[in-house]
Design a protein around this ligand. Sequence first.
Ligand SMILES: CC(C)(COP(=O)(O)OP(=O)(O)OC[C@H]1O[C@@H](n2cnc3c(N)ncnc32)[C@H](O)[C@@H]1OP(=O)(O)O)[C@@H](O)C(=O)NCCC(=O)NCCS
Length: 354
Amino acid sequence: MTPLPEIRGATITGTGMYVPDRVLSNADLEKMVDTSDEWIVERTGIRERRMAAPDQASSDLALIAAERALAMAGIGPGDLDQIIVATTTPDRVLPSCACTLQQKLGAHRAAAYDMFAACTGFVYGLGLARGLIGAGVADNVLLVGVETLTRIVDFTDRNTCVLFGDGAGAAVLRPCKPGEGVLGVHMQSDGELGDVLEVPAGGSREPASADTVRARRHYIGMHGKKLFPFAVRSMEESLRKVIGQAGWNAEDLDLVIPHQANLRIIEAVRERLDTPNDRMVVNIERYGNTSSASIPIALDEAVRAGRLKPGDGVGFAAFGGGATWGGSVMRWTIPLETALTDGVPAAAAQDAGA
Ligand SMILES: CC(C)(COP(=O)(O)OP(=O)(O)OC[C@H]1O[C@@H](n2cnc3c(N)ncnc32)[C@H](O)[C@@H]1OP(=O)(O)O)[C@@H](O)C(=O)NCCC(=O)NCCS
């Protein structure tokens, strides 16, 4: 891929995350469907996931993650020019989750809209924010990945219900010098693969009716076996493209933050890129697949654990329904002191927000 043109750079200046308190363990799922802790751990790496409380919708999760990211970035909601929310599970189909979040934040100046790219949403959002900031359309962009997937998971279907969880992650992006921040962007889709991951009803094709509810067509349907090789191939392809775009080699990545869909997928990508174990961020055992939230949650945990310092190379890669896939690389810019002293470390912040 050709290098990105030298325009105003865009970088992440704050991160935040939030997951609901309720833990749904593999043992809990054993009581609901014909599965076992052993099967789930061996085939996916997942031990537990979080589940939103009945009164929590996606915007409630997004709000806490966003406030934490804004605090680290040192800006207020009133400074925001754009709010992009990557989600497949907005509070309502209309208005957007981003507008609901904007109202909760009191970010009155911002344009707010949703990014509907399934698990690749956060990575697409990085590309979009980089373009908006680079072109001078926006200075301060809030990018959130949030999901309440347990609301669209069929807890009678063992093929899917063991995989997904709820959570939110956020990042604030601002202008920076060229040569820093986002240095590579790859975004791609293939609508031919539309049926490998879908919620069949509830849109204009099959509007909600008593029949669609009875047939359980408002839940996620998935061809896991078809997705697996596509996931490995597409994440490797995206990472190689953005590494090349930045003029880097795979060894220049100090940290790789892949979409957390399956530990075996992450491991296969790691092997193909020959990335050392300690450079791969993995938290799937605690949260499962939180779709568009998985990368920003993992990023915030890594940032607050001091795993990224200015000058480090960080890579992101994701794949998801659509099918969509993409990647990004960044030259990291947040000073360690800011990451470590903003409020409190991730675990304590979690308790405080609960
Ligand atoms: C879904 C996935 C974990 C299944 O793992 P797998 O190794 O491919 O397992 P298989 O599909 O071969 O299933 C093996 C057997 O386990 C069974 N099985 C499926 N889910 C099970 C569960 N939760 N517990 C126990 N057995 C299960 C299957 O029915 C199958 O049984 P069969 O051989 O009698 O038909 C894996 O394919 C995957 O992760 N795919 C990608 C999915 C994904 O990333 N989705 C999100 C995209 S963002």
